[in-house]
Design a protein around this ligand. Structure first.
Ligand code: MG
Length: 403
């Protein structure tokens, strides 16, 4: 079956399910190459809506959809409910009439539009809009986002992020060996169950996790550790002194991001690269850490930090400082396209949260799955998101305007 026919049958099934009008997907809406009509100056956003998808398994997720006056939409998700609510209440109306190609001016305008714009849920909402705009541009021009960003990498190495796996010694070692045999050359494990209140025994137990893993995978797998901001400086210093012999690739978020001084001090005292950034909002947070030599890995999340547009700026900053950007992986579409757009020296890896990703993209036809530790970039336009109607029981636009 040709791609065109497949698309037609998908659309036909959507219409039969009565969800096509809500998704607003038509043959024209997914047509590629429509940017060649020579009418760039007329491109405008006509509608923004938050779509709530309910699965036949009762699962519910939210996607942001932007409509335009051309044959292209922007679709991004799943998005967090906090972001969705703010998009609906604060961003939606102002999007109407905006030029989706003028993303830089729009971002700046929205950053100045609220005195609380510097972080948290506001920046998450701005990220959702920014990412949906990138998808719209991709569909309009018939190009994947990473190509629009200037990228040429056809695949990207993923690291196995092992949140949720057992830390019982034999299970821990067996899983690490299994992941290595599946082609993961990099694994991140979590040392978040203990902290300062556990004293020297806590440090001992957290070093033992490192020792067991190094013993299981040998020397040719990079091991990273995430403390989930549970430690203090003394605990981190005690752990790094003892863990250095096992050569971790990084220690992530030993402290809350607010505690810049502790990051600076730890980076001075240990040879283990220090990482953080999943709670960075905007380029200014990154700049503060980089100019203080506080970290070696920036882990900003393009669904939280201000979107793809902001993460690209962070990559530029990091490249000036000789620091890696390896985005946080609470989701993967935006992170994957930014990483693929950058030199491997700046963005060597993308995070793949193994357990979460098993079901996170339940409603999508093309779920990102590493093969031999690599994630492939597709040539589908935008982020290549295509919803799978066979899993959708209901689609509706939702609003928080009246609450
Ligand atoms: Mg983390």
């Amino acid at each position: 079956m040709s791609e065109h026919m497949k698309r037609r049958s998908f659309l036909g099934a959507l219409a039969a399910a009565g969800v096509g009008s809500q998704l607003g997907v038509s043959d024209q809406a997914v047509a590629v190459g429509s940017g060649g009509n020579g009418k760039l100056e007329e491109l405008k956003i006509t509608k923004a809506e938050i779509l709530q998808l309910t699965g036949k398994n009762k699962r519910r997720v939210l996607y942001l959809k932007l409509h335009s006056n051309a044959d292209a939409v922007g679709l991004y998700g799943p998005i967090d409910s906090e972001a969705a609510m703010l998009v609906d209440r604060f961003f939606k109306r102002g999007l109407i009439g905006q030029d989706p190609l003028a993303g830089e001016a729009y971002w700046d305008q929205m950053f100045r539009a609220s005195r609380h714009s510097r972080g948290s849920h506001y920046m998450m909402a701005l990220s959702a809009v920014d990412n949906a705009l990138w998808d719209l541009r991709g569909r309009y021009f018939g190009l994947p986002v990473y190509r629009l960003l200037g990228g040429s990498r056809k695949n990207v190495r993923a690291y196995a992020s092992c949140l949720g796996f057992s830390q019982e010694p034999s299970a821990l070692q067996a899983k690490a060996r299994q992941l290595k045999s599946q082609g993961y050359r990099h694994q991140k494990w979590f040392v978040r169950d203990r902290g300062p209140s556990h004293g020297p025994e806590g440090v001992e137990a957290d070093v033992e996790v490192v020792r067991l893993l190094r013993g299981a995978v040998g020397d040719d797998v990079d091991l990273m550790f995430d403390a989930f901001w549970k430690w203090d400086l003394q605990y981190a210093l005690a752990w790094t002194r003892r863990a250095e012999q096992y050569r971790p690739r990084w220690i992530e978020e030993p402290f809350q991001t607010a505690n810049l001084d502790a990051f600076i001090e730890l980076s001075r005292e240990t040879s283990i690269p220090v990482a953080t950034g999943e709670h960075f909002y905007g380029r200014w947070d990154v700049h503060k850490f980089l100019k203080a030599d506080a970290i070696m890995v920036v882990q900003a999340d393009p669904e939280w930090c201000g979107g793809i547009s902001e993460l690209v700026k962070m990559c530029t900053l990091a490249s000036v400082h000789g620091v890696n950007v390896i985005p946080h992986g609470h989701s993967i579409h935006a992170a994957l396209h930014v990483v693929a757009s950058q030199p491997v020296e700046v963005c060597p890896l993308v995070e793949y949260l193994i357990q979460k990703m098993e079901s996170y993209y339940h409603f999508e036809k093309h779920q990102p799955r590493p093969v031999n530790g690599m994630l492939e970039l597709s040539e589908r336009p935008g982020f290549g998101i295509e919803l799978d109607e066979s899993k959708i029981a209901d689609v509706r636009a939702v609003s928080w305007q009246q609450t």
